[in-house]
Ligand binder design. Structure first.
Ligand SMILES: Cc1cc2nc3c(=O)[nH]c(=O)nc-3n(C[C@H](O)[C@H](O)[C@H](O)COP(=O)(O)OP(=O)(O)OC[C@H]3O[C@@H](n4cnc5c(N)ncnc54)[C@H](O)[C@@H]3O)c2cc1C
Length: 350
């Protein structure tokens, strides 16, 4: 185990800000994960598990304990199961987008719309990563975890993971308990691309032949790049944690109230059906219609010039500045629309 002290965390995150880790270690196997956990416990250090650092705001003082970066590699294809799926067992430390590319090249459908999302494979079950009409919960068969409760490695079937919109047991009821070692995705060999999302349909409008998986992947990456939602070196709009706020899910009465407020201003609110008589509202719309246009802010921190939902580090930003802008947006949105926006990124060391 190669232990580092006072290791800078900012370069390990897409936001590129925040302080150092008191201790830092990288684990390439389940055994190394176990060793690192034992070290943290022996010294009573708080433990933070790091993946690709693409969904984090690290505080300016950093992390006072051990940061354990999961770097377990490997993409293994298992033979087809009875229901005709192909299962890929993927190490938690693999790049998510590399795995998507691998699956698409193998003509296996199920994750093509999740192309271009940064971060690690191990990070995907945590907030049930989703985009362009797909979520990983639709294809995850099981998750192999190290259980900190009894130091055992175990397999959690999909049903045990409690997946819903941007949520799972890993970021709610069992937060901090499981370290994700490997994820098994069941994909459809020879399956068609999922083309339900409006942006994607528009992209292929007028085309007769149905786009294949590779074309769909390229289209998703193209659309994401135009929104600053693809990490493109040198693009200042992608020094962020992606969407900073979740799309709020409102009950019917809340939705009616929002519609009334919008109608009084001559607007109609974009919304989508969600589970159990509720509606999902576009957080980007609420942010923009509260006076925070794309490109807002002139200092170190602002809003992406390509997407109202991304707070960006324009260079030299501090976590305190990011949180100040977050508070400002939350307050204004709540004052005008009576809706509380919830941040999506994980706050580390606050
Ligand atoms: C430009 C951009 C675009 C994005 N677009 C999307 C999008 O379209 N859809 C979407 O859902 N998200 C999106 N995100 C957010 C982010 O990429 C995903 O949430 C990603 O899955 C986070 O994975 P990560 O490995 O970077 O996790 P990290 O940011 O390192 O960690 C996030 C959380 O997961 C935990 N974690 C990470 N790895 C493990 C592990 N092995 N075991 C246990 N816990 C772990 C961490 O402790 C932390 O709580 C975007 C981010 C950026 C910067």
């Amino acid at each position: 185990m190669q232990l580092q002290e006072n290791a800078p965390l900012a370069p390990l995150t897409t936001f590129r800000l925040g302080g150092p880790a008191r201790y830092f270690v990288e684990a390439n196997s389940a055994a190394e994960v176990q060793q690192a956990v034992a070290f943290a416990e022996s010294k009573s250090l708080p433990l933070f598990v790091l993946g690709g650092g693409s969904n984090l705001v690290v505080s300016d003082s950093g992390w006072p304990g051990l940061v354990l970066k999961v770097s377990i590699p490997g993409i293994d294809r298992r033979s087809a199961e009875e229901d005709g799926k192909v299962v890929f067992d993927v190490g938690g430390g693999e790049s998510w987008d590399r795995f998507v590319s691998h699956a698409v090249m193998a003509h296996c459908a199920g994750v093509e719309c999740l192309s271009g999302i940064p971060g690690s494979v191990g990070g995907t079950p945590v907030q049930n990563v989703g985009a362009y009409g797909q979520e990983v919960s639709q294809t995850i068969a099981s998750v192999e975890v190290f259980d900190r409760k009894d130091s055992q490695v175990r397999e959690l079937r999909r049903e045990a993971c409690g997946f819903s919109y941007r949520s799972s047991i890993f970021n709610t009821s069992e937060r901090g308990r499981f370290i994700i070692l490997r994820v098994a995705y069941a994909l459809t060999p020879g399956g068609e691309a999922h083309l339900e999302y409006a942006d994607l349909k528009r992209h292929f409008e007028g085309r007769e032949a149905r786009p294949n998986l590779a074309e769909t992947r390229e289209a998703v990456r193209y659309i994401r790049a135009r929104k600053g939602m693809l990490i493109v070196p040198g693009d200042p709009d992608c020094q962020s944690a992606g969407s900073f706020f979740k799309n709020p899910v409102l009950s019917e009465p809340q939705h009616e109230d929002l519609n009334k407020r919008a109608a009084a201003k001559g607007f109609s609110v974009p919304s989508y059906p969600a589970l159990e008589k509720s509606r999902k509202i576009s957080a980007a719309w609420l942010v923009e219609k509260s006076g925070f246009a794309r490109g807002y802010g002139f200092g170190h921190v602002g809003i992406s010039s390509k997407h109202a939902l991304a707070i960006v580090n324009r260079g030299g930003a501090t976590a305190a500045e990011v949180l100040a802008l977050k508070d400002q947006i939350q307050q204004r949105v709540e004052e005008i629309w009576a809706v509380r926006l919830e941040p999506e990124p994980v706050m580390v060391g606050f």
